[in-house]
Design a binder for this molecule. Structure first.
Ligand SMILES: [Zn+2]
Length: 419
């Protein structure tokens, strides 16, 4: 009889460290391999990685790592898996693959693993597993869901996703494709649970674009935007607006500069050449016409934003009338550090915009109404909520039951569990 085993190595019951192994008697694939960033509860620990011991016993069966997208909580543990002896080619979309290669190089092991890039939409075959990659919207370019044919039936893993009707940069995801799979019959859906508590509409990237446009137009001084360094979709929006409105962009922070280069190399960010100026040239332009994009949205104390707030960043000094847009969510646990930075930015004379009122950020994760759309499109026989703390998993499986999945077919699995 055919059999499929799912070993949850991380990401269920916690947000971060996403990693699971899918295994038949013949083959194994690993979906995502991320880190979990530590909070103040684990003093002195920077991040955690999955425990690979259990699957290392059967590592000869491993055919591939498949990364759904390039966020650290999905790729950050790849170098550690490789070092521990999990040897298999690593697959990701072009931007994901570029970030994985960069991580491997950071640990000096770029020659120890083969990284292959796929075009989202492409199908990959690994013996018992046939994996179709499906482009989805998320807060990073090139994010994918996976439709996996296995000997016991089809599995859909959404990866991190949102359904954005107008992402402005990139295409809206194709929910009809998920409906088509639903028509054919899906055995199991594993879906992103992060924002199941949010009952409101998730909002679209176009809202942020339009908001930025207003802020750029009203600038009476420097505009400083802080955001996650990997959000190249938002970066694309900023570059496009800057190009259209004759603004110049300064990139502040090493990671942001490196990510822009990686994204440019694979054909994203077409206006980068025309709008980006070196930090040292900022004073050659009228302040109203300069947009600085900086890392440090979580209040990290050595980040560009924190140093600008402290007044000890050589090339960028804030003045009365400058505006700061905090374009990212505040990760729980970071509130104190973020407030400190916001207060200091105000002390420098800038006006700081943050929180939901000004539409300068929308989440990259589906809110409850979108999660419901996904469930209703796929109509799975079985459901395992993923990417969430315990309460998110429970709420998401309740939602699945509301859409018609029978309660005994919803499984709450946690990190360490085998299904
Ligand atoms: Zn993500």
């Amino acid at each position: 009889m055919s059999q499929l085993t799912i070993t949850v190595l991380g990401g269920l019951g916690e947000i971060g460290m996403n990693c699971m192994a899918l295994e038949t008697p013949n083959e194994m694939i690993i979906i995502d391999c991320g880190v979990l960033f530590s909070d103040l509860d684990a003093f002195g620990v920077n991040f955690a990685i999955p425990r690979f011991e259990e699957i290392l016993k059967r590592s000869e069966k491993l055919k591939a790592f498949i990364c759904t997208h390039g966020h650290e909580d999905h790729i950050g543990a790849i170098p550690f898996a490789v070092k521990k002896g999990l040897k298999a080619p690593i697959y990701g979309s072009p931007f994901t693959a570029a970030l994985v290669e960069d991580r491997l190089a950071k640990y000096g092991i770029e020659n120890h693993a083969v990284v292959n890039s796929f075009k989202p939409g492409e199908t990959l075959s690994f013996g018992d597993f046939k994996v179709q990659t499906i482009p989805v919207n998320h807060s990073i370019v090139d994010a994918t869901a996976l439709s996996i044919e296995t000997p016991i039936g089809k599995i859909i893993h959404t990866g991190d996703f949102k359904i954005d009707p107008d992402p402005h940069y990139g295409k809206p995801m194709d929910l009809d494709l998920f409906k088509k799979y639903g028509d054919q019959g899906v055995l199991l859906l594993m879906s992103d649970s992060t924002n199941v508590e949010r009952v409101s509409d998730g909002g679209s990237d176009i809202d942020v674009y339009q908001s930025f446009e207003q802020f750029f137009a009203q600038a009476q001084g420097l505009t400083l935007i802080s955001m996650f360094a990997s959000n190249m979709g938002r970066m694309g929006q900023i570059f496009e607006l800057a190009h259209r409105m004759n603004k110049k962009v300064v990139l502040s922070g090493r990671t942001i500069e490196k990510n822009v280069t990686l994204a440019e190399d694979i054909g994203y960010l077409e206006y980068a050449n025309q709008v980006v100026i070196p930090e040292g040239e900022l004073n050659r332009f009228k302040r109203d016409d300069v947009v600085v994009v900086a890392t440090g949205s979580q209040g990290e104390y050595r980040s560009a934003l924190a140093r600008i707030a402290n007044g000890d960043y050589k090339n960028i000094q804030l003045q009365q009338g400058d505006q700061v847009l905090m374009s990212s969510r505040h990760i729980p646990g970071n509130e104190k550090a973020i407030s400190r930075v916001i207060n200091k930015l105000f002390q420098r004379g800038a006006h700081v915009y943050y929180g939901g009122l000004d539409k300068i950020h929308v989440s990259g994760h589906a809110h409850r109404p979108e999660l419901e759309k996904m469930l209703k499109a796929v109509r799975p026989q079985y459901f395992i909520p993923v990417h969430g703390e315990y309460r998110h998993l429970i709420l998401h499986s309740e939602l699945a039951v509301e859409t018609g999945v029978s309660p005994e077919n919803c499984t709450i699995a946690m990190t360490g569990d085998v299904v």
